[in-house]
Write a protein that binds this ligand. Structure first.
Ligand code: SAH
Length: 219
């Protein structure tokens, strides 16, 4: 690649990290990850690459989108990731959110229901050198009981309800971050902290817009 192009995107990445800070993201490790990860590589249409460091969602195939950088930063910050945290992500998509969590030191399990995206994103993230991510094709509503309990669970699609199977797969003291559909076209960002086997502390944050969390897996 031409060095000018690299330089241009490096500057844009820094500007995006600065924008995230202006918008209220405080976790320095999240900001460092945004500054580091080459978001344009997660967007299949190269005509969009010069826009990849704007705070926008873009198509990634199979009718899905890469989330806004602010959304990714906000959810990542809410998870309070500590190195070695065992984290389950629902909705691998482009892999951008997964890369941010991997940069934060997560031991990540990520599930995608679209075969096309699973097939594309798995080798792509491996090619970037992330060895702390395990990829699964399937229905995220079911979670990954074989690897439970998790320290943290993050859902990156609009959930019509809070999946009880995922709550069961969370450690006591663990955190689940979920955009819960408000049935009016947007989602409320919730953070649930498990304080007993059936007891949760519930915090509600601002509204976001996600593609829907769907049941079952797509071919
Ligand atoms: N984290 C992704 C967000 C992609 S959009 C990124 O950074 O790009 C949400 C993704 O969730 C889509 O790829 C969609 O196919 C997936 N999804 C929706 N419902 C799901 C389910 N039940 N299980 C697993 N993945 C799901």
């Amino acid at each position: 690649m031409h060095p000018m192009i690299d330089f241009k995107y490096a500057r844009k990445r820094k500007e995006l990290a600065d924008l995230m800070q202006e918008k209220g993201i405080r976790d320095p490790r999240v900001l460092a990850a945004i500054n580091k990860i080459e978001r344009h590589k997660f967007i299949p249409d190269s005509a969009l690459h010069s826009h990849a460091y704007e705070d926008k969602a873009f198509p990634i195939g199979a009718g899905q989108t890469i989330s806004h950088p602010y959304t990714v930063s906000f959810q990542s910050q809410l998870l309070e990731v500590k190195p070695g945290d065992k984290i389950l992500e629902i909705g691998t998509g482009s892999g951008y959110q997964a890369a941010v969590l991997a940069e934060l030191g997560a031991d990540l399990y990520t599930i995608e229901r679209q075969k096309e995206l699973y097939d594309k994103t798995t080798p792509f993230l491996k090619s970037l050198g992330y060895t702390n991510i395990k990829f699964y094709y399937g229905d995220g509503y079911l979670g990954k009981p074989a690897f439970a309990p998790f320290d943290k669970i993050i859902i990156t699609a609009a959930a019509p309800e809070i999946p009880t199977k995922l709550l069961d797969q969370l450690k006591i003291g663990g955190i689940l971050v979920i955009p819960l559909d408000d049935k009016q076209g947007a989602q409320d960002m919730l953070r649930l902290t498990k304080i007993g086997s059936k007891e949760f502390k519930r915090e509600e944050f601002e509204k976001f817009a996600f593609v829907p969390m769907l049941k079952g897996q797509a071919e």
